[in-house]
Design a protein around this ligand. Structure first.
Ligand code: GLU
Length: 436
């Protein structure tokens, strides 16, 4: 047995929003309670347990931006590197008014477990800027992105910390980050960020990767439960990159998408919604508002529909103790990060719902980010087929590994996924020891 790793017990995590500490909806608590359960089942040694409960680095920066009206606004930016034992920190950057240190820390921890579940050589990170990007001009967003990048530049780098898109950020934002970093170091470094435009070192298939990963594990879950893929009914919450592409690909496999939604509300049609048509509608109208091909329903109603598969692909905390008992789906595929609160897990278990946890279900995105980083570093680019084939292999293999562990320990898929990932991270810590 490796020697116990020691850390002072009073080592505290910075958490400015203490008032949310005890709330069911605090994502850090949600992450930690799952971590604790898996750590207990793994019989993790106390020192290592302490180490893995703490983020390695939390950075806060003030970002002054000259707004279009000539006034200066100051935004708060955060970057958290949760754990880098397995490789460079990896994780997206979100622009959202609800960004907090607790949330970003939880998301950075989830990235650590996510990369370990699919066994790619990265640690976990996450970043966020507190802002409302929908109310900002392109120029303001570019200045915000560049100054945020400058603020966290000391941690960035292809060997240390590699951002990617997340909520409200996209390929264009990644291009600005790559350019800012490259200008600072004096040469072009494509591998500093993933999810870039294909023309400048992005990977084919990256944009579709998270949705594709969701499709692959949903198909595997249906088969595992002895259900038909063809004709399986699916409700999708969120019609962004993950939800819309996940829905399109599931439809391509023969599933019937009976409900879709975005922040403006949802549409339900038991006969099936033509997802490609809805995607076209959103291209023209920006949202699903007024789509009209079905009955209008709320996001809450969508979650409670009687379907084979529910794909929550929007934000955190949509399945809570308030609605978990009313969920009638047989399978939940967590396309979003943290859509289910920890307290709701037990209710879903009791109802016998098969949950494919976020750290497995949405790992397709970071898996193709890894492929992008590999391609950038090698300067040799793969065909879309190669990307998709390799993604499929990793997702199928990871699903099978988690399922096997779940059966072996008689636990649900979430606990098994945490056990697999924590044991992988722990093994590297034991091998590396403590640098002193
Ligand atoms: N933001 C995505 C996630 O939560 C992708 C992260 C990445 O590719 O680094 O998994």
């Amino acid at each position: 047995m490796a020697p116990d790793l020691l850390l002072p017990t009073n080592h505290q995590i910075m958490r400015p929003d203490k008032d949310r500490f005890l709330s069911e909806e605090n994502p850090f608590e949600a992450m930690m309670s799952r971590f604790d359960r898996a750590a207990e089942l793994l019989d993790l040694e106390p020192g290592l347990y302490k180490v893995l409960r703490h983020p390695e680095k939390q950075i806060t920066v003030s970002i002054p931006v000259m707004m279009d009206n000539g006034e200066v606004e100051v935004f708060q930016g955060i970057r958290v590197l949760y754990n880098t034992s397995r490789g460079p920190a990896k994780g997206g950057i979100r622009f959202d008014l609800n960004v907090t240190m607790d949330e970003v820390t939880a998301l950075a921890a989830w990235m650590t477990w996510k990369c370990a579940v699919v066994n790619i050589p990265f640690g976990g990170a996450k970043g966020g800027v507190v802002c409302d990007p929908l109310k900002m001009s392109v120029g303001e967003l570019e200045r915000l992105t560049r100054r945020y990048t400058a603020g966290i530049i000391a941690t960035l780098g292809p060997d240390s910390d590699v951002p990617a898109p997340d909520v409200n950020t996209n390929e264009r934002v990644m291009a600005w980050i790559m350019d800012t970093y490259s200008m600072r170091v004096g040469h072009t470094v494509t591998a500093v960020v993933t999810g870039k435009p294909v023309e400048m070192g992005g990977s084919l298939g990256r944009r579709e990767a998270t949705g594709r990963g969701c499709m692959i594990v949903t198909r595997d879950a249906l088969r595992h439960l002895g259900m038909e893929v063809k004709g399986a009914t699916v409700a999708v919450q969120g019609f962004g990159n993950v939800g819309s592409i996940g829905a399109q690909l599931l439809q391509g496999e023969g599933c019937k998408i009976v409900a879709i939604s975005d922040r403006t509300g949802g549409w339900h049609n038991p006969k099936g919604i033509d997802v490609n048509d809805a995607v076209e509608y959103v291209k023209q109208h920006k949202t699903l508002e007024g789509y009209g091909k079905g009955t209008a329903i709320s996001n809450e109603e969508l979650l409670e529909l009687e379907v084979d598969v529910l794909l929550p692909a929007a934000l955190e905390n949509v399945i809570t103790t308030k609605n978990a008992a009313k969920i009638r789906a047989k399978i939940i595929c967590e396309g979003a990060n943290g859509p289910t609160t920890a307290a709701a897990d037990a209710i879903l278990d009791e109802k016998g719902i098969f949950v494919i946890p976020d750290i497995l279900a949405n790992a397709g995105g970071v898996t193709v980010s890894y492929f992008e980083w590999v391609q950038d570093r090698g300067g040799y680019f793969w065909t879309e087929k190669t990307v998709n084939d390799r993604l499929e292999e990793i997702m199928k293999h990871s699903f099978a590994a988690v399922l096997q562990l779940a059966k072996q320990h008689k636990v649900n898929m979430r606990t098994a996924a945490y056990m697999l990932s924590i044991s992988r991270v722990a093994t590297v810590h034991r091998l590396r020891g403590i640098y002193a």
